[in-house]
Design a protein around this ligand. Structure first.
Ligand SMILES: Cc1cc2nc3c(=O)[nH]c(=O)nc-3n(C[C@H](O)[C@H](O)[C@H](O)COP(=O)(O)O)c2cc1C
Length: 361
């Protein structure tokens, strides 16, 4: 009788439920994970966890093509091709003729951008147009004039009536700049930065956020597209609303002064092969943003954004996101409460973290 009671208690226990769930998950993952075909079936049979992302990638692609003729503040296709031209210009040795396969479309992108800009300059990133103009100008100045196709495009470029007001937004010699920041300073800053979850109830000045963003945007991004937007909330009601959405802010969300949702924009890509870049590029921008905050006396904590349907739907509705805008992560920002505790967060030893010239497992 006692044994039976024990068995019933076990069967109803969390431990049993967890064990059964884990075993079942492993069983399905084993079958689904046999190869790529079985994994497609696995995801078909009710496991729709990626469907929002698939839809996002597809709508992003649709937006990319539709956007080509639309007025926009920033134009990813022009940014990408200007970047490609810059790479061609800095190659060693530089080829006499290069970019032949994409220079025509670049001129089309440029003409459209300038036409749209002239119709309505409101909010358009003029620095982007100046960069494109300067780089194209340099390209046509150095590329060989033996090629008919390029000569015609050169004429088309010079026929566009646009005065950028700047001439030096093009490849330049790096020289030997010497930063006054020593390795030890950076190491110290990296130790100072810990995820801070307890903040003083003091507003965060917007100019400090802007200063940190000026550092963040210097981060590398694939084809220099910066495919993200920092959506910053500092109105208490909105902070409360936004910070209540993710799971990871539980327990400390009520004392966050400013919260940022980093949103990745899949409209930047014509191909699904680039779908991960919103995550890579955003993460690369967020880290220096956090270091910059530290240098300005502020602190921060990342907040996880799981790909979990109910949260996704809530965030989409709250922020009014379009299907191709993907929340990447959230960042809580504020002045650290010196009495608040931070986790020790032991990092990994280098022996575990790194390998050199490793091939195989
Ligand atoms: C992508 C990402 C998601 C995170 N999500 C959360 C979160 O939801 N809640 C939280 O309190 N901390 C979160 N953190 C903070 C981590 O717990 C923290 O970075 C880690 O434990 C190391 O501590 P440190 O940042 O102080 O070095 C997240 C960090 C990253 C990079």
């Amino acid at each position: 009788m006692k044994k039976l009671k024990k068995l019933v208690v076990f069967l109803l226990s969390i431990k049993f439920i967890r064990k059964t769930y884990n075993a079942f998950s492993l069983f399905l993952a084993r079958i689904g994970g046999l190869n790529r075909v079985t994994s497609v079936f696995y995801h078909w049979i009710g496991f729709l966890s990626f469907s929002r992302e698939q839809y996002a990638v597809l709508t992003g692609r649709k937006s990319y093509y539709r956007n080509l003729d639309r007025r926009r503040k920033s134009r990813s296709e022009l940014r990408r091709n200007t970047h490609r031209l810059e790479k061609g210009l800095l190659m060693r040795p530089r080829r006499k003729v290069f970019a032949k396969d994409y220079i025509e479309e670049t001129i089309e992108f440029y003409e459209k951008a300038i036409t749209q800009y002239k119709k309505n300059k409101e909010g358009v990133d003029q620095t982007e147009l100046a960069w494109a103009q300067n780089v194209l100008n340099e390209y046509f100045a150095v590329v060989s004039n033996d090629d008919d196709k390029i000569n015609k495009l050169r004429e088309r470029f010079h026929a566009v009536d646009f005065e950028p007001g700047e001439v030096d937004k093009k490849p330049y010699k790096r020289g030997n700049p010497k930063s006054s920041i020593k390795y030890e300073d950076l190491l110290e800053l990296s130790h100072q930065r810990r995820s801070v979850r307890w903040f003083k109830q003091k507003p965060v000045p917007r100019d400090l956020i802007d200063k940190a963003l000026l550092v963040a945007e210097q981060s590398p991004s694939a084809c220099n597209r910066l495919p993200y937007e920092f959506r910053i909330f500092d109105q208490p009601e909105l902070v409360k609303k936004v910070s209540s959405i993710p799971f990871g802010s539980a327990g400390y969300r009520d004392n966050i002064p400013t919260i940022i949702v980093v949103v990745g924009k899949l409209e930047n890509y014509f191909s699904p092969r680039d779908r991960h870049l919103v995550y890579v590029d955003s993460a690369l921008a967020v880290m220096p943003f956090m270091y910059a905050l530290e240098t300005l006396g502020l602190a921060s904590s990342s907040i996880n954004w799981p790909d979990f349907e109910p949260l996704e739907a809530k965030m989409q509705k709250t922020l009014g996101l379009s299907p191709d805008e993907r929340p990447i992560m959230l960042i809580a920002v504020g002045y650290a409460d010196p009495e608040g505790m931070v986790a020790y967060s032991q990092k990994k030893s280098l022996e575990v973290l790194r390998t050199y010239n490793k091939i195989g497992q």
